[in-house]
Design a protein around this ligand. Structure first.
Ligand code: ADP
Ligand code: MG
Length: 646
């Protein structure tokens, strides 16, 4: 750039700043203001030289970023490609745009490119959030591939434990949890010039926190653009939240899907096979669909355990010309990627909910839907947060069904009855309405998001409930007058209800972490012990073996020991049978073990280590009490009932 004759050593510098990356602009503007105040002309001259060189560098950086924008090509067939001019115009003319459309229409993979084409991603990064780690990574890989660059160059991703974002990355995929955590150190989110909040219809707590935070941030960041994507589930809600932001609908063509109801145990069958379980139902459905002709099958399962069990089961059947392919978060990138590779023969993909709207598994002709998912929920009766496996909503079931109607007609087999479907709620409640507010407040405080009562939530919680939540946190010693305590900080990292988390922290002091974690895990899920109405006595009889005269809690430990023992002795199949004859729900038993493993791992991360020797039962009870202070009752021996202590 030619320099004009200078009247002061700083002439012309401030005009160059607005072209720099926003963070550089801010930093250098402050420096320039400081330098202007210098009295000594020599020092002024020195500062000007220094600043000029830094501005040159920052300009070179912007030029490098502009040059890094590759030629943008859009796959013709995708609905988003066809509507890209309209989407681009909406983004250009508005600060917030909602893009709604069927899964697979190209929102996730094409929106970052439309943003690049508009010149976004230069003065700040295009931040693009996903609800799950597995999606953040595969989407980043896909966008990088479509742009013809290697991962970590123009496109990078950041998830817990992995940061693959380069100095000059223009697009950054991440989990919504990462973006939230970044607010702590970058209050104005200045590193971004554009944010794509993907899969907002899931209404996870993280998404609600982000949308609430953005609402108050946007007026102070007029240069920041926000694009919110949603499956076709009530996009108007987001529009209203952001002052009637425009909605662009991009649903592509879909094909009819035939639904068949094949319940695991048919209630109308006069002679039902009570022993039939979900795995058998899945393999029967696979056989039924295989007879229909070629085409890949997608099965929805609620977690890694269930997926591995189903994979073992199906692999043992040695189906002809068929490949079984698991898809869950903990697989390696290469293993996850296999679902996108071409193949011959039939493929059965066993996936978690990630395949419902986040990842489009190509080539699916058939869907098998057992109708469940792990849904975090607050139990008002037990006053704790749990992660039970629950029936999914009608909206979710229909999303799952839609996965096989993308490129041709499909068939969806639901492993439950039509009456069951009709009786389900239409939508899944947003997580904030299912979650203990104490836990929401705890997380908001840990993230430093400000006053919950003043926060711009899509669904603001009730004032009285907020007060109760704060009171509980004070009772647990997580909050005091000055904010989060040591205990609170640790609690916010444990993915269980604060009451239950508190028990684990106390157990650490009392040397009984192992026992308490087993009990806490059991309390976080639905009771694995079953008592079918017509066989209550037989079930009670079986369960009596685990009872402890003075403590229902200790019964869980006995049951745990029994299960661990049996599992060592028996084959997987035998163990499943044993669970059935003992009136134990096999899936919940697995879930219990799963959660225990997770909690143990996360506790270690917070510096809590399990005891090796068996703990004294009194210590266990004392630790449990720390989470239940307001629920202690006085036993009235005459009435054999409990009263609140005065
Ligand atoms: P949406 O976000 O609207 O659900 P996507 O942008 O995720 O849609 O997907 C658009 C298309 O790109 C789909 O047909 C999908 O199968 C395909 N696709 C996405 N990721 C990959 C990948 N890693 N490899 C191959 N195809 C992919
Ligand atoms: Mg998507």
């Amino acid at each position: 750039m030619p320099t004009t004759p200078a009247t002061t050593p700083f002439a012309g510098l401030s005009q160059r700043l607005p072209e720099l990356m926003a963070r550089d602009e801010r930093r250098l503007r402050r420096r320039l203001e400081g330098a202007r105040k210098l009295r000594d002309p020599t020092r002024q001259q020195q500062a000007a030289t220094q600043l000029t060189s830094e501005i040159d560098k920052a300009e070179a950086r912007v030029a490098r970023r502009r040059a890094a924008v590759p030629k943008l090509v859009y796959p013709d067939a995708l609905p988003v490609s066809q509507r890209r001019d309209e989407i681009a115009a909406a983004i250009r003319d508005h600060q917030v745009v909602i893009v709604a459309g069927e899964t697979g229409s190209g929102k996730t993979t094409q929106l970052p490119k439309i943003c690049l084409e508009l010149g976004r991603g230069i003065r700040g990064t295009i931040g693009h959030t996903q609800p799950r780690r597995i999606a953040a990574r595969t989407v980043a890989e896909r966008v990088a591939e479509e742009l013809g660059t290697t991962m970590g160059a123009t496109v990078g991703y950041k998830v817990r434990f992995t940061d693959q974002v380069g100095e000059d990355s223009l697009v950054k995929l991440m989990t919504d949890g990462i973006l939230l955590a970044e607010i702590g150190s970058d209050r104005m989110l200045r590193q971004y010039d554009t944010l794509i909040i993907d899969e907002a219809h899931e209404r996870s707590l993280n998404v609600d926190f982000i949308l609430g935070y953005l609402k108050q941030l946007l007026p102070r960041r007029p240069d920041l653009k926000v694009i919110i994507t949603s499956a076709t589930i009530d996009p108007e809600r987001f529009s209203r939240h952001f002052n009637d932001a425009p909605i662009v609908e991009v649903s592509g063509r879909t094909y009819p899907v035939e639904v068949r109801y094949r319940p695991v145990v048919d209630p109308d069958d006069p002679d039902p096979d009570e022993d039939r379980d979900q795995l058998q139902a899945i393999s029967d459905a696979v056989a039924e669909l295989s007879a229909e002709g070629p085409g890949d099958i997608l099965v929805f399962l609620s977690g890694e355990r269930e997926i591995r069990d189903a994979a073992d089961y199906l692999n043992r059947l040695s189906l002809r010309n068929t490949e079984v392919l698991p898809l869950y978060a903990r697989l390696s990138a290469a293993e996850q990627h296999r679902v996108f590779h071409r193949h011959t023969g039939r493929r059965i993909v066993l996936a978690t909910n990630v395949a419902e709207t986040s990842l489009t598994v190509p080539g699916i002709k058939y869907v098998i839907d057992p109708g469940q998912a792990r849904i975090s929920r607050y139990s008002t009766r037990l006053k704790v947060q749990r992660l039970p496996i629950e029936r999914v909503s009608q909206a979710s079931a229909n999303q799952r069904k839609g996965r096989c109607g993308r490129t041709s007609d499909g068939i969806c087999i639901r492993l439950y009855t039509e009456d069951d479907f009709d009786s389900r709620p239409e939508f899944t409640d947003p997580e904030i309405l299912r979650t203990n507010l104490a836990s929401v407040i705890l997380q908001m405080t840990a993230l430093d998001l400000g006053d919950i009562a003043a926060f711009g939530f899509l669904d603001p919680p009730d004032k009285r409930n907020i007060a109760a939540g704060v009171q509980l946190l004070e009772e647990l010693g997580a909050l005091d007058g000055s904010g989060l305590t040591q205990v609170g900080r640790k609690l916010s990292q444990l993915p269980v209800d604060p009451r239950l988390g508190r028990m684990i922290l106390e157990a650490d002091k009392n040397g009984c972490v192992r026992e308490v974690t087993i009990i806490v895990s059991a309390l976080s899920i639905q009771d694995p012990r079953e008592r079918p109405i017509d066989k209550q006595e037989a079930a009670t009889e079986k369960h009596r073996r685990f009872a402890e005269p003075h403590s229902d809690f200790l019964a869980y430990l006995n049951l745990w020991a029994y299960l661990t023992e049996q599992q060592k002795e028996l084959s997987g199949n035998q163990f499943r049978k044993l669970c059935r004859t003992d009136f134990l729900n096999y899936l919940r038993v697995r879930e219990w073990q799963d959660l225990y493993g997770q909690l143990r791992q996360i506790s270690r991360g917070v510096g809590i280590s399990p005891n090796v020797a068996n703990a004294d039962p009194d210590k266990v009870h004392i630790s449990l009490l720390s989470g239940l202070l307001s629920q202690i009752g006085l036993k009235d021996p005459e009435k054999n009932d409990y009263a609140r202590p005065a």
